[in-house]
Design a protein around this ligand. Sequence first.
Ligand code: FPP
Length: 269
Amino acid sequence: MPISPHDLSQLAAPGSEEECLLRQIDPGRLPRHVAIIMDGNGRWARRRRLPRVAGHRAGIAAVRDAVETSARLGLQVLTLYAFSQENWKRPRAEVDTLMELLKEYVRKELGTLMDNGIRFRVIGRSGELSDSVRGEIERALEATGRNDGMVFNIALSYGGRAEIVDACRALLREGASPEALGEEDLARHLYTAGQPDPDLLIRTSGEMRVSNFLLWQIAYAEIWVTSTLWPDFRRKHLFEAILDYQRRERRYGGIEPQPQSGPASLARN
Ligand code: FPP
């Protein structure tokens, strides 16, 4: 099924490289869930002899583009790794700037999230965030809670191992029986409960690591790594990643390729 001219014009200028890539994407086999490890902000800044926080600030434009593009493309879920549990070890000033940028993003982008029908979610130990960050997040959760478009998860104070520990704690509190326990029971208690697992995991800046991100959920994800630094990441790169994903053969441990299930809908405008 070709992408409709209306959807094309929303996402790419006629004759552009983006349009050429977009035309090759099969909208019937989109990844349902794309997860991104946004990396390289510090290096982007260093190359310009700027302070590290300038890289984080520049990264916001890439966040905006990835969120809008994913929603318009019709993805079910986009998850961005914004702040790991390990990131608390960074200098206080850098952590504070990241938190301020996050609040600013949520405040400024709420209108765009609403216009695109996006449901905003936060995954991670949000209790570790400051009251002011939580307040801003609460407002966005409340405002977007009844939207029915793409789910946009921001991973904040997130750790994949911590998430599994939190799920185990919830199971123990429920009095789960060890003999009856299955994978679905654990999945039901993950921060992403009810969402499809990522089909595609993207990492920018060339590092070949998963960095404690969605450890349970990426069991069968296709991984795509680009040397592009996060502040330079744009929809063209997302289209390249999706095209590469659509060329892969997914066998889930079997010997026959399995269908790549994805929503056929090319979404809202
Ligand atoms: C990794 O680059 C990036 C981060 C730790 C933070 C990502 C945050 C943003 C893009 C801005 C705020 C996010 C949202 C969702 C509004 P790094 O600093 O580790 O880069 P380096 O490896 O080059 O040093």
